[in-house]
Ligand binder design. Structure first.
Ligand code: ACO
Length: 325
């Protein structure tokens, strides 16, 4: 019996033109290149220009993903955009992208799960495709975290960057086994007990202003490795697969040490892990599709490869997805 699958058809990403190295940052922030690299693996990040909004980044990435897929907007009837830095409190940033793409059919909405946002959005879009409610979807992660950073707090402002990535999914019939191309499983978790470890100190119904990111880095680190390894194993298990079957892990790019510790916990060699945190820093919901785009375009990720995506972020939220490229 055939099974409807959400199959990757194209990928694209976008980074703002302005790139800021650690060296440049250390001229305005009390930090050093060596401290940042040693603790995080980050060398540089991109920062959106004045007037450049999350939807602008998302639009560039979406256009590139559609080009890569070789399809027009007429084949897309769903846009799910993951962001914690929307253009406006409402409407959804996804609807701005929808309008800019010239799409007046279908539906578009945002998903808010901070750094896990892309995996959440992928999971949501997959359900719509598998149930036949959508034929083609754009799944986008886009952020302008530079706008919610406290640039006087060296313990957080050095860690993040801006960017966007987009994945085109198309509904196709598979055989129902894990040799099929497409999303084979997704697993999502959250635990609101950890709000105080990573949050933004503002919002429309509290302070009335957007606020700034606050984080207890050590607390986040401690939970990140455990949660990421656990969710990766859970996603693999629900697809009837093991870590040894995976060709590439494409993790959320927060910190090189978190990425390496998680891979080690799962028994996966770093040669099978895509790492771009050195070039992008932590772009929250954009980090996985940005990393995936790099790896597809440089030829590492090929058609038929089994991928594990894993992410964790504020909430806490965490999630994993297994897909065959
Ligand atoms: N430059 C120089 N010194 C710094 C900086 C900086 N940018 N930031 C902090 N320090 C100093 C601190 O003031 C402190 O100094 P002190 O000992 O004199 O008090 C010292 O460095 C150690 O600070 P810690 O916060 O204990 O440093 P730690 O080794 O824990 O590293 C870090 C901090 C990198 C944030 C680490 O905790 C971490 O990576 N946590 C994970 C956080 C993360 O990645 N969050 C992203 C969002 S969640 C996610 O995406 C998974």
């Amino acid at each position: 019996m055939s099974t409807r699958r959400a199959v990757p058809a194209g990928i694209g990403s976008y980074l703002p033109a302005q790139m800021v190295t650690n060296e440049e940052l250390s001229r305005t922030v009390d930090t050093t290149h060596d401290w940042i690299v040693e603790r995080t693996g980050i060398h540089r990040r991109h920062i959106a220009a004045e007037g450049e909004a999350t939807s602008d980044l998302a639009l560039h990435a979406a256009r590139r993903a559609l080009d890569h897929a070789g399809i027009g907007i007429g084949d897309i009837d769903l846009i799910v955009l993951a962001t914690a830095t929307p253009d406006q409190t409402f409407p959804a940033t996804a609807t701005r992208v929808q309008q800019a793409l010239g799409m007046s059919h279908g539906f578009a909405f945002d998903v808010q799960a901070v750094c896990s946002g892309f995996v959440y959005a992928l999971s949501v879009a997959t359900q719509f495709i598998e149930t036949g409610k959508a034929r083609g979807a754009l799944v986008i992660g886009a952020e302008t975290f530079s706008r919610i950073l406290d640039w006087s707090d060296r313990s957080t402002c050095v860690l993040f960057g801006d960017g966007a990535g987009a994945l085109v999914l198309r509904g196709e019939d598979g055989n129902g086994n894990n040799d099929d191309r497409g999303v084979l499983s997704t697993e999502l978790r959250s635990d609101g007990a950890h709000n105080a470890a990573l949050f933004v100190d503002g919002g429309p119904s509290t302070t009335g202003i957007a606020g700034h990111l606050r984080m207890n880095g050590r607390e986040v680190f401690k939970h990140a490795v455990r949660n990421l390894a656990e969710i990766g194993e859970a996603a693999l298990e629900s697809a009837g697969l093991a870590a040894s079957d995976v060709r590439w892990i494409v993790p959320h790019q927060a910190n090189a040490r978190i990425i390496a510790s998680t891979a080690q916990k799962m028994g996966v060699d770093m040669e099978r892990v895509i790492v771009t945190v050195q070039d992008h820093a932590n772009t929250s919901a954009a980090s996985i599709p940005l990393a995936l785009d790099v790896a597809v375009r440089d030829g590492r990720v090929r058609r038929g490869d089994l991928l594990l995506l894993e992410a964790m972020g504020g909430g806490f939220t965490w999630g994993g997805a297994v897909l065959r490229w």
